[in-house]
Design a protein around this ligand. Structure first.
Ligand code: GAP
Length: 428
């Protein structure tokens, strides 16, 4: 099994990621997060928000809708340009994205393909219920468009002045021709975006600033920095809106894979929306009184992709001797679903179970903890290792005597005894 298969199996086995609609045979490109996965994903989004919004005086957040006025997607260029070029294998009829095409078909090995055809990736829907009055609409193909739509409202309603950014985490939808590799290329996914509005003369400076900031962000998240790199887009591969772009990539089991793009969008978006809406989206500098269309540095990353890369980055199989191994997710402690697990050593001794409940209740006031009283302690450790829980706390006979518990560390597997009253401080 390669790492992708191992991670896919672990994700299913431990409630991290499930294929959507599995009882109906599944639907390609759609995934659900299970009880453990949803906690991890929420932590990941909180981590990003803290880094990009809470800690910055010049970035504010919004939460925009998935469906917008359909003209948005004409103005953005997506109706015309948002496509994949795809060929079909003449033998087995597998469709292959031209960008991923090698000499031979990855399915049957043959080397004859049809001419490339373009597919638009936008999902269409209808707004309204009465036949003849329904309005065609699109599920947003990139989350950032709502940021441009709200630009003027944010300027008018906050104390922000250029340079400043608007951040958002939200769903995007793409009818990908070749979804696959678990959530890496899905049809419904989340993006974390930040659009930073600047004076054109300062574009270079801020573009560089955000590239460095975003690389630092990923370095803080991943353990294996050798698997992280920044790659400039070749000019002929630039998205239709970008004049320059860098990808932050992580080395996936199949090769370097894009996590996030830092894009030089210039005045493209606000100019397009001004033209199509007829509304002036220029900005007047309150000090210099200069009026101009702000330029935009975009940082746009995939939440689900980063999540998947984090699983690759964290997954380890360790030899414990005597033919035993353990699977452990050495995931960033802020991202782990639970900070700690609380175990009563035995499930049938009331005083121990009661004391363990007290510990659980005390910790759960401000730390995410999980309870487990099933099976032997070794099995419980293995389970928590597989979901990446950093600490396991066991209440045992000694606890009843002196109020101390054992705390076992996920990575070193070392145990130490600590007083119950010191637990919160230690875990934090
Ligand atoms: N607003 C710019 C934009 O959407 P993008 O490079 O097309 O740029 C940004 O997308 C990020 O969204 C990518 O770096 C990737 O992490 C994520 N992403 C794009 N398509 C995806 C898909 N089909 N499945 C999962 N994530 C995707």
């Amino acid at each position: 099994m390669d790492l992708l298969q191992k991670v896919t199996a672990l994700a299913k086995r431990r409630g991290i990621i499930f294929p959507n609609s599995e009882i109906y045979g599944g639907i390609a490109g759609f995934y659900d997060y299970g009880p453990v996965g949803v906690e991890m994903k929420n932590n990941l989004k909180k981590y990003w928000w803290k880094n990009m919004v809470d800690r910055r005086e010049n970035v504010v957040g919004i939460d925009g809708t998935i469906i917008t006025h359909p003209k948005v997607w004409e103005a953005s260029g997506h109706v015309e340009n948002f496509g994949d070029k795809v060929v079909e294998c003449k033998t087995c009829h597998k469709r292959i994205n031209v960008d991923e095409l090698k000499k031979n078909c990855p399915n049957c090995g043959n080397s004859e393909f049809t001419e490339a055809r373009s597919y638009n990736l936008l999902f269409q829907t209808e707004v309204g219920v009465i036949e003849g009055e329904k309005q065609k609409a699109y599920l947003r193909g990139e989350a950032c468009q709502t940021i441009y739509l709200d630009f003027k409202n944010v300027v008018d309603s906050t104390r922000q002045q250029i340079p400043f950014g608007i951040a958002q985490i939200g769903k995007a939808f793409r009818n990908e021709v070749t979804p696959g590799r678990l959530t890496f290329r899905s049809r419904e996914f989340e993006q974390w975006d930040m659009q930073f509005f600047v004076h054109p003369d300062e574009m270079e400076k801020w573009f560089k600033y955000w590239m460095d900031e975003r690389m630092d962000f990923y370095k803080g998240l991943y353990r294996k920095h050798e698997n992280l790199r920044l790659e400039q887009h070749p000019k002929d591969k630039l998205a239709f809106y970008a004049k320059d772009a860098y990808d932050i990539e992580y080395k996936a089991p199949w090769g370097w894979a894009e996590n996030e793009g830092v894009h030089w969008r210039g005045d493209y978006d606000l100019t397009q929306h001004s033209t199509f809406s007829g509304k002036d989206l220029s900005y007047m500098d309150p000090k210099s009184k200069e009026r101009y269309i702000p330029w935009i540095v975009e940082t746009s990353g995939g939440v689900d992709r980063t999540f998947l890369m984090l699983l690759f980055d964290a997954y380890e199989e360790e030899d414990l001797g005597d033919g035993k191994t353990r699977t452990v997710l050495k995931i960033h402690k802020d991202i782990a679903a639970y900070k700690a697990a609380v175990f009563p050593l035995v499930g049938n001794k009331e005083e121990i179970v009661g004391k363990a409940r007290e510990v659980f209740n005390m910790l759960s006031e401000d730390i995410k903890v999980v309870w487990d009283s099933r099976g032997n302690i070794g099995k419980r450790y293995r389970y928590q290792d597989e979901i990446g829980t950093p600490y396991c706390i066991t209440v045992d006979y000694e606890t009843l005597e002196n109020g101390s518990v054992t705390v076992r560390d996920r990575d070193s597997m070392k145990q130490r005894r600590v007083k119950i009253e010191d637990l919160k401080e230690i875990l934090n």
